[in-house]
Design a protein around this ligand. Structure first.
Ligand code: ADP
Ligand code: MG
Length: 747
């Protein structure tokens, strides 16, 4: 009896070896798992493309054509064997090379002799369909393809055309006899995810289709519905069985759409349900430290502010205070574009904690940034008398001791620092709030260490309130999923008086004009950033470019004319970096040549120009972050993107977008669409805490919101999922796929 748990090994055409290959490459071992591997694309196999109509942006196409010539090439493109055919399909000539290469004969004997396939590097098959010719190329599985094609005749080829030296070719097409195509099966054929190993192991697209058909045949009726009937009815979804059948073998376009909708919804719904459920549970069980008071220090600081808080800042502070006094633990993400004034908000929250007898820590990703926070925060705190310390990796043992003591006895109320704060000797008397700036630099693990530094009150370990701040405007859909159980506050208003940053993109040939422009700005008393890329896998070359760029700028802005140029990069020691950075911040240098170490946070209001070299190599969010470094003063600011000659189409698109908008959220959305969410800055290191098999965060944003709403309604009505009608949800949530690591707790 086969069921969903049966091994794929028992499918026709799959033995232990293939089963193992499939398990290794696709991670599936049972029939139930196999049918959850969906096609990622569909092709209309009823459509044949004439060769003359091929264009470069075509996806996979189908061609029906005759073999004109099949050639086996060896080392250095020497011909090993070649068969040529006339238009009517008869063999015209047959060549077998007799020369040797490095003394090794490429073949032996006369016509029909054995070809030494281990010497063959490539098989090229030229085909003709009457409208034109195109070459099919094989680097692997050559013997098999030669057997199939070298006798000539008409075939159907399926694959993605590529352009090479002005000619089109298809590498490793699927090959079929004309009558054997899927045209009869109604047109739409799924294309499954595959790997080179699968293909060479014989598990081609065609084989995969056959396996899926056999698997569905064997066990589709056993697939249990995963959503409660009341949801299926109210949302107008198709049944799971119907969805699975049509996702693999669509009856027609409409059925496919219904199937995709149902499966995407299901996936996003369970993801949201599991995140929101964790939040419900936590909000009931985890006690937060209640902070009902505002306190004197808060008022003193507030009254002494040199400016009025923006409406958005006020609203956000209120939201946090509501959390902090609630008796539940705050777990909040604060999003605000660069320069929107997040620091002030963080300080006010720390003062609330202080007013309730609690300490706070503020963690920054780099020492430069931590120091800058410390300087700013100390200024804000001056009127309050609240004690603040700075603790980083470079803090000496001698300086550390009093800080450790002050934190342990509670005399230091706020500590600013880097990862050093997470070290074991750092013990707080009563840590009530942890502020994490630019969270994406902190891993999940580090966050949990912070978590454990909370106070033990009456024998119970309390987690500090957590405020995560980010200037990377995470698109809403991604935030909802990544931080499904986190509350999100947004500062969507800039402090008054900020000027828009004029952005333009220029070529290398305009350097001279650029330098003249920089000189004008410097003459007007402003400062200039010049940023070079420093990308991990290209570090050496990047370093050379940076040094060359620095020399060039020093030449163009010589000391004898009164110019001072500073340089900051990751290879410098912390002190050197700090020294050069401060020189620029204090106005002692006119130009700061730097790598992206200045990306986050650094605040030099007098800097009016941001020049970004090889701008095409930066990601959108990075460009946006860098641009946010200027325009902080009240004078006009400029961002100049200098691109290299070889700037690709995608890169140009990014640069154009930068020139057309300053809206960080718009940029983040576009970034996600261009790169896909997995690559989005901030998720790269930690990785998404779950895998999506059919839904896409960048494309299915609306559906995600809908899924979240439905999940939230289900939980509102039945928080513990105890009602019989929701039993099926409980069963489904137990699956590994929806067990999102520890993530929900520690973000
Ligand atoms: P973020 O961390 O969000 O990028 P900061 O907190 O560093 O932004 O603030 C940027 C600048 O704006 C700082 O110089 C800060 O003093 C100033 N600022 C913050 N809030 C206001 C406000 N309400 N009005 C005027 N200036 C403000
Ligand atoms: Mg900041």
């Amino acid at each position: 009896m086969t069921d969903l748990e049966s091994s794929i090994q028992f499918l026709p055409g799959v033995g232990p070896k293939r089963a193992e290959l499939i398990a290794r490459e696709l991670g599936v071992g049972t029939l139930g798992e196999l049918i959850r591997i969906y096609p990622f694309r569909y092709v209309d196999r009823s459509r044949i493309t004439p060769i003359a109509a091929i264009d470069s942006c075509a996806a996979a196409i189908q061609i029906r054509a005759r073999v004109v010539r099949a050639t086996l090439y060896g080392q250095g493109s020497a011909v090993i064997a070649r068969n040529e055919f006339s238009p009517d399909g008869s063999l015209v000539s047959r060549t077998l090379a007799r020369e040797t290469v490095n003394g090794v004969p490429r073949q032996q004997g006369p016509d029909g002799a054995v070809i030494k396939f281990n010497l063959v590097k490539r098989l090229a098959v030229l085909v003709d369909d009457g409208s034109g010719r195109i070459e099919m190329v094989f680097f692997k599985g050559i013997k098999w393809s030669w057997t199939q094609l070298s006798g000539g005749g008409e075939f159907v080829f399926f694959g993605k055309p590529q352009q090479f030296n002005g000619n089109y070719s298809i590498v490793h097409p699927e090959v079929d006899r004309p009558q054997g195509t899927a045209a009869a099966a109604g047109g739409l054929t799924g294309v499954y995810p595959s790997t080179e190993k699968l293909k060479t192991g014989g598990v081609t697209g065609k084989v995969m289709c056959r396996l899926q058909a056999a698997a569905l045949e064997a066990c589709l009726p056993l697939v249990r519905e995963s959503l409660p009937q009341y949801l299926i009815d109210s949302l107008g979804l198709c049944s799971l069985q119907s969805a699975l059948r049509n996702i693999h073998f669509p009856k027609d376009a409409r059925s496919l759409e219904m199937a995709q909708y149902r499966l995407k919804f299901e996936e996003l719904f369970f993801l949201q349900l599991s995140l929101l459920k964790a939040k419900y549970i936590r909000s009931r069980s985890e006690c937060g430290i209640a902070m009902p008071l505002v306190g004197d220090a808060f008022r003193k600081c507030y009254d002494a502010l040199p400016y009025k808080l923006t409406g958005a800042q006020q609203r956000v502070v209120k939201e946090m205070f509501a959390d902090m006094k609630s008796g539940r633990q705050m777990n909040r993400l604060l999003q605000g574009d660069v320069g929107s004034g997040k620091t002030m908000v963080a300080v006010l929250c720390c003062l609330i904690a202080h007013g309730n007898g609690c300490q706070s820590c503020i963690m920054a990703p780099t020492e430069v940034l931590a120091r800058q926070h410390f300087d700013n925060i100390s200024r804000y705190l001056a009127p309050t008398g609240v004690k603040c310390a700075l603790l980083m990796g470079s803090t000496t043992a001698k300086e550390r001791r009093p800080i450790h003591e002050g934190l342990a006895d509670g005399s230091i109320s706020i500590v600013v620092g880097t990862h050093a704060l997470l070290e074991d000797p750092v013990v707080f008397k009563r840590l009530g709030l942890a502020v994490i700036d630019e969270q994406h630099r902190f891993g999940v693990d580090q966050r949990s260490r912070l978590w454990r530094k909370g106070p033990v009150l009456n024998g119970v370990q309390y987690a500090p309130h957590v405020l995560v701040m980010t200037a990377t405007p995470i698109p809403r859909t991604l935030a909802m999923t990544l931080y499904g159980d986190l509350d999100v506050s947004v500062i969507d208003e800039m402090p008054p008086g900020r000027k828009p940053v004029q952005t333009m993109c220029i070529g290398q040939n305009r350097k001279k004009a650029l330098y003249n422009f920089m000189k004008k700005e410097i003459a007007a008393g402003h400062q200039v950033f010049v940023v070079f890329p420093m990308i991990f896998d290209n570090e050496k070359v990047d370093m050379q470019n940076l040094e060359r760029g620095y020399d060039e700028i020093c030449d163009a802005f010589p000391l004898k004319d009164g110019y001072k140029v500073a340089i900051v990069h990751g290879k410098q020691s912390a002190e050197e970096k700090q020294f050069n950075m401060s020189a620029f911040a204090a106005g002692r240098a006119n130009i700061l040549v730097a790598t992206t170490v200045i990306e986050v946070g650094v605040d030099v209001p007098n800097a009016s120009v941001m020049v970004i070299e090889s701008a095409q190599r930066f990601g959108l969010s990075q460009l946006h972050q860098l641009r946010g470094r200027v325009g902080r003063g009240s004078d006009a600011a400029y961002c100049i993107l200098v691109k290299d000659v070889k700037t690709g189409k995608d890169a140009q698109e990014r640069l154009d977008l930068m020139c057309s908008t300053e809206n960080g959220f718009e940029i983040a959305e576009a970034d996600m669409k261009l790169r896909g969410p997995g690559d989005l800055e901030g998720t790269q290191q930690s990785g998404l805490p779950f895998e999506l098999s059919i839904a896409s965060l960048s494309k299915d944003g609306r559906l995600l919101e809908q899924a979240r709403e439905v999940a939230s309604k289900v939980l509102d009505a039945d928080p513990a999922l105890e009602q019989p009608r929701n039993a099926v949800l409980v069963r489904e949530l137990r699956k590994d796929k929806y067990n999102i690591k520890d993530y929900s707790k520690i973000s």
